[in-house]
Structures are given as C-alpha cells and as structure tokens.
Design a protein around this ligand. Sequence first.
Ligand SMILES: *[C@@H]1O[C@H](CO)[C@@H](O)[C@H](O)[C@H]1NC(C)=O
Ligand SMILES: *[C@@H]1O[C@H](CO)[C@@H](O)[C@H](O)[C@H]1NC(C)=O
Ligand SMILES: [Zn+2]
Length: 414
Amino acid sequence: MLRLLCVLVVSAVFADRATYYNYQVRRVVPENQEQLKVLNDLEAEPNGLYFWVRPSRIQKAVDIMVPPHMLPFFSEIAEGLNLKSEIYISNVQHLIDTERPKVRPTADFGWTDYHTLDEIYAWLDSLVETHPGVVTSIVGGQSYEDRQIKGVKVSFKAGNPVIILEGGIHAAEWISSATVTYILNKLLTSEDPVIADLAQSFDYYVFPNVNPDGYVYSHTTDRLWRKTRRPVGNGCYGADPNRNWDFHWMEAGASSDPCTDYYAGEYAFSENETRSLAEYFKSISDNLVGYLDFHSYSQLLMFPYGHTAEHVSNYDELLALGLEGAAALARNNGTQYKVGSIYEAIYPASGSSLDWVRGNLGAPYAYVWELRDTGRYGFLLPANQIIDTGEETLNSVIVILQEAKRNLQGNTKR
Ligand SMILES: *[C@@H]1O[C@H](CO)[C@@H](O)[C@H](O)[C@H]1NC(C)=O
Ligand SMILES: *[C@@H]1O[C@H](CO)[C@@H](O)[C@H](O)[C@H]1NC(C)=O
Ligand SMILES: [Zn+2]
C-alpha cells in the first residue's frame, strides 16, 4: 500500500512536466536581408520554435530550439533560403537530465548544484542569523502568485553608497541566481582583503530571484520557462519581465503577442514583479551607484542602453571598465566575453530593468552579464560549472566596484 502510494505521488509530480526529447538547438547565421527577414517573421509568431537567441542583424548567430516534429519544416525553410544550420544541441532533454549531479549534495547550501526557490530563501534567512548586525532581510516586491521577492541587505556601516545585485528575472537562467548567491557569499565570507574591503565600502541590496513564480515553475513543470506566470490571454501565461519596465517600453526588441517569449506585457509595469520591484528600487535610490544584473547565456558584459544606439553620458568609461572587467573574468579559465552597450552587443531591446534603472535612477555603474556559455549548453549549463562561473564573474565585479569606489573618493575630495 505504501509503495503504491509512492508510485502515485511520483507520477503525479512528473505527469505534467514538459519534456524535450530529441528537441534540437540549431544555430544559423543570417548572411543577407532576406534570410534575416524570414527568421524575424518566424520568431514573431508563436509556432512551436523557441528562439534561445533571437535574430538581430546580419552575421549574428541565432539559436533556435526545434521540436522533432518540426525538423522537416525547419529544414525546408533553411534549404529554401540557402541558410546553413549547425546542430548545437542534439537532444535538449538529455542536457536537462544531466545538468545536475546524480546525487544531490546533502551538506549545507553550496554551489555544486542548483537550488529551489525555497532553498535559496531559507539560505538568505540563515544569513541574517549567521551575520547579525550586517545582514538584514528585505522584500523587494510581490509576485503575481503572491510570493515575496526576497533579498538581503549587506551593510557593514551606515551611509555607504548603494549597489543592487539582481538575478533570475528570466526564470530558465538558473546560473544567474546561482552566481548572485555565490557573489553574496563571497562578500560575506571571503578572507581576500580586496573583497572584504569592497564588502565594507558599499551597502548591497541582493535579490537572487526577482521572478520567483517563474523560477518555481522552471523547477516543477517546465525547465525552460522564461516569463512571469500571470494568465495573459489566448491560453498563454506570463510577460517577459525584462521587457516590461516603464522606460521606452515596447519601442524595440519586444513583442505584443502574449504567447511569445518576448511579450512586453499589456502595458509598462503590467507585471506585479516589475512594478513592485521598481517601487522598491526607487526607495533605495538616493545613493545608488551600481546596478549589477545577471542573465545567461552568450558571454557578454553590457551596459545601457538597449532601446537606442545613442550613448549614455559615461559611455567611454563604461566601455573601458567593461573591457577591464572582461579581462579579469578571463584570467581563471580563459572565458571570453564581448563588451558593449546592449544595443550594440546583442540587439535592440527596450523595457529592460537595466535601461529603467539607468534612465530613471541614474546609476552610473549599471551592467548586465550574459553568463556562460556560448551555446554548447545554453540555458542548461551543468551545475559543475557554477563555481568556476561564480569565481570568474566575481573577478569582473571586483574590477567594476573598485573603480566605483575610486571614483566616489575622487568626487568627495574635489
Ligand atoms: C498584483 O497586482 C494587482 C494590480 O495592482 C493587485 O490587485 C494584486 O493584489 C497584486 N497581487 C499581489 C499578489 O500582490
Ligand atoms: C578555472 O579556474 C579555476 C581558478 O584558477 C581553477 O581552479 C579551475 O580548475 C579552472 N577550471 C577549469 C575547468 O579549468
Ligand atoms: Zn535573460
């Protein structure tokens, strides 16, 4: 009887899980306007293809997940356009099945496996106890399904300038949340005097999971879920929370079709997550100097803007510092990053949190990382790369924070 119950429970848990057996990820590189236009048209309508990397311009690679039943359709289009495609991932489900260790580590919270939302939130709570007087619990907002956007504030002394660290706005990008917790842990525990000094020089507001409903859904139901989880019509769910911020909303690189993965929402701040988080960010913005946002994948280190090719006032500084950060990042494992504004480095994209924070709150050091890798695993980066990713990313964060600190000291002396 007991065994029967277990079987029932297990099948109930797994019954509705999305699977991706023999789904391929194909990379194509458009070489002319005609090819680019067909790719854009394919991407614009919900048709069963999932663009892991969207078309942007000629010579920029596009990664498309193709379900097995659509391979003939996809091949026909590619052949018709004389567009060569390369198989980057031959069976997406295989990567889902192998991205985590076979046996979950039983020890305390660590970085050899990905964690559920509950585990991350419990760990954040535990930091308040292990670092009394330094770590406090904060709530950045509320999700559609009524979950907290939980974070912590790290403050070694009052009146420090403010840095925000944000992760997990796109639910499927698990390495983002893992990297944010990795950096947070180092700020609190590292014996490296450089890191300890930076920890004490700023107040950090850290949110590993700003799309908690999506993150939970990516664990329980669909590993590749990206958006929020609000019903948005036509039987579809969620808006892209990184296209929903009220700054040049829906001007570029976003969709008005609720069933696409880049749906900008019905209106700016239509999503509970973005609206409440923006309010919170405003409330801590008096002394805001840095905003560090983490995504995957593509290995890019970018700064505003995404909605326009126009340069921000400190473009030259952000570019030079970004290049220094990328060089520091490459030091450990040779991981190569490209650096530029979102618009230049990836594609036009409006309504992002980065653009909003820069445009509304004026954070001078606003950066976004597209973390590992460049497509071999895509969103499904194996957990055994979390530590190396965290460590190399931290190296770039250190370079940026050191410059922010130097600059602030320069300003007070003047
Ligand atoms: C989400 O936003 C709507 C509209 O403002 C509000 O009525 C609702 O209470 C919010 N939900 C949560 C869980 O906060
Ligand atoms: C990456 O660099 C770190 C630090 O130097 C090193 O410990 C690690 O073994 C490297 N990882 C790989 C896969 O080479
Ligand atoms: Zn993302």
